[in-house]
Design a protein around this ligand. Structure first.
Ligand SMILES: Nc1ncnc2c1ncn2[C@@H]1O[C@H](COP(=O)(O)OP(=O)(O)OP(=O)(O)O)[C@@H](O)[C@H]1O
Length: 265
């Protein structure tokens, strides 16, 4: 499964938010980080890929087939989008909510294989103990892990995660991204995760796409992108890419003196 985005332009009314966004071919099994400042257009790109908004021009091809040419049902089967703010139906248990996500593919008969798939997904994310809890009674971090489970259980070809770890503690940031990365490899899916934490991006992403004001300003192998001056310029901070004693890359960032806090576009 390969995803290619070519010259994608998206507007809200008269306001153009994505400008001719293009990517290299994003290969099956890869974990791509979508990075960029607030209001750069990351969620807008996800919404366009997920079919929630229509692109003004450009193409999004999955294995050579346009996403826009797929039926609604087929697109929902192939592309799963976890928005930043995920809703929840408070009346359901965690298990039921993950099963319901799986059943969006169609039909209401529940088979043993589907029950097993839900259980396996909750196990993969180490949250089987939450199965019987009402979904409305979860902590913010627990609800975020359940939202990831609702995506993973559908085994899509393209998974779009908008800030999937923003509510998670350090342990769970690492464990959830590790599992998602493993599942991407195992299932040959393309995962694109919008991440504000560049050190998580450094640790988990195979490649990065850097967006600024709706333009792709850099794309490529993670360490190469993080070492570019474009990182500091885009975030208006001073950065350097360092390597820890254990060999992990991390971004050391400082706010330059006399630069005011930037207004969000
Ligand atoms: N429904 C909408 N109507 C009009 N403008 C919108 C709408 N949604 C987003 N925008 C604008 O589009 C721009 C890009 O927003 P988007 O949510 O894609 O950014 P983002 O990179 O995901 O930001 P953040 O990191 O803050 O979540 C912003 O200027 C935003 O105000």
């Amino acid at each position: 499964m390969t995803l290619i985005i070519d010259k994608l332009t998206v507007s809200y009314g008269n306001r153009q938010v994505l400008h001719q966004v293009s990517t290299e071919a994003l290969a099956p099994g890869s974990f791509i980080g979508l990075i960029g400042p607030n209001a750069a257009g990351k969620s807008t790109l996800f919404k366009a890929l997920g079919g929630l908004i229509r692109a003004r021009s450009g193409t999004m091809d999955l294995d050579g087939k346009s996403l826009d040419a797929l039926s609604r049902t087929e697109r929902a089967r192939q592309v799963v989008y976890m928005p930043q703010a995920y809703g929840c139906n408070a009346a359901l248990t965690v298990f039921e909510s993950v099963l319901l996500a799986l059943k969006q593919e169609g039909g209401w008969r529940v088979g043993g294989d589907q029950i097993a798939r839900v259980s396996a997904t909750l196990d993969t994310l180490s949250i089987p103990h939450l199965s019987d809890r009402p979904i409305g009674a979860l902590s913010g971090g627990q609800a975020q892990m359940v939202a990831v489970a609702q995506c993973l259980v559908r085994a899509p070809r393209l998974m779009l995660l908008d800030e999937p770890t923003s509510a998670l503690d350090l342990h769970h940031q690492l464990s959830i991204l590790t599992r998602v990365h493993e599942e991407a490899r195992r299932g040959g899916m393309v995962v694109i995760a919008a991440l504000h934490d560049l050190n998580l991006a450094a640790k988990f992403c195979d490649r990065l796409i850097l967006l600024r004001n709706g333009h792709v300003v850099a794309e490529g192998e993670t360490r190469k992108v993080l070492a570019l001056p474009a990182i500091g310029e885009t975030y208006q901070v001073t950065t350097s890419l360092e390597t820890s004693r254990s060999g992990n890359a991390y971004v050391d960032a400082r706010l330059p003196e006399r630069i005011p806090v930037r207004a969000v576009a």
